[in-house]
Design a protein around this ligand. Structure first.
Ligand code: IPE
Ligand code: IPE
Ligand code: MG
Length: 243
């Protein structure tokens, strides 16, 4: 009897390798980022088709400002371009778009576009697409702790009420299930300050494929690999694992 494949509810992807992909073809890094956007389109639509509930993509880390101003502005322009071009089609496909990260560092135009895109799609019931932009896992824990501190200061919360659940609710995506599967392309074996809290029990999958070359077939391979894992969550293996 063939067992049905388990589709992880929440997949998070560190989309790495655009620069090296461009270099391999003697192109500028920005060319690699544009090719990366094409891969994003394919993967988002595939994720929606196979029934993933939440897809979280790492687009720009809080450390990526360290890059040349040329590269940073090409990445931000690409973000603006993508929001302009893709929001309507995401909406048409019932996808809900969220941006996670400290957006206050972006210019007003970009901030307004983000707010509008989120507002337009907020009642959609299909795939939830989280784009991590100026995101850092440490920033996320910090902003959650700050919010908790403010509530305590205002007498809205008692110290004893600060539980893992309460702190978790203040984190980005606190209202969504934890990540089941993290995929990193580009051959590095690290988290690079992506989600920290939310990946406590995620399965990790690394591939050498550079992000612009990542496609549905490779995504399927990652999901098949996920299906071979025994998720114990600190307990002991139960024979019949449900998704
Ligand atoms: C990932 O690709 C995209 C971003 C970090 C924005 P890189 O730009 O890091 O590509 P490599 O790792 O230098 O090849
Ligand atoms: C991680 O890639 C960030 C994104 C994919 C947005 P980096 O290329 O910035 O990570 P490091 O510097 O190799 O750790
Ligand atoms: Mg990189």
């Amino acid at each position: 009897m063939t067992q049905e494949r388990c589709i992880p509810s929440h997949v998070a992807i560190i989309m790495d390798g655009n620069g090296r992909w461009a270099k391999k073809q003697n192109q500028l890094r920005a060319f690699g980022h544009r090719a990366g956007l094409k891969a994003v389109r394919k993967i988002v639509s595939y994720a929606a088709t196979i029934g993933i509930k939440v897809l979280t993509l790492y687009a720009f880390s809080s450390e990526n400002w360290k890059r040349s101003s040329n590269e940073v502005s090409s990445l931000l322009s690409l973000f603006i371009y993508a929001l302009n071009r893709e929001t309507k089609s995401l909406h048409k496909n019932n996808i809900r778009l969220n941006i996670i990260g400290d957006i206050s560092r972006f210019n007003e135009q970009l901030q307004t576009m983000i707010v509008n895109a989120e507002a337009l799609t907020k009642n959609n019931s299909g795939l939830v697409l989280n784009i991590a932009a100026n995101y850092g896992g440490r920033w996320d824990i910090l902003q959650s702790a700050r919010n908790i501190a403010i509530q305590v200061k205002h007498g809205e919360l008692m110290i004893d009420d600060i539980t893992e659940e309460r702190l978790g609710l203040e984190m980005s995506m606190g209202d969504f299930p934890d990540v089941d599967l993290v995929i990193r392309t580009g051959g590095e074996y690290r988290i690079s300050n992506f989600l920290l809290w939310q990946i406590a029990y995620a399965e990790l999958y690394f591939t050498d494929t550079l992000w612009p070359d990542f496609d549905q077939v490779l995504f399927d391979q990652a999901i098949s690999d996920f299906n071979t894992r025994d998720r114990r969550f600190g307990g002991i293996l139960v024979e019949e694992q449900s998704c």
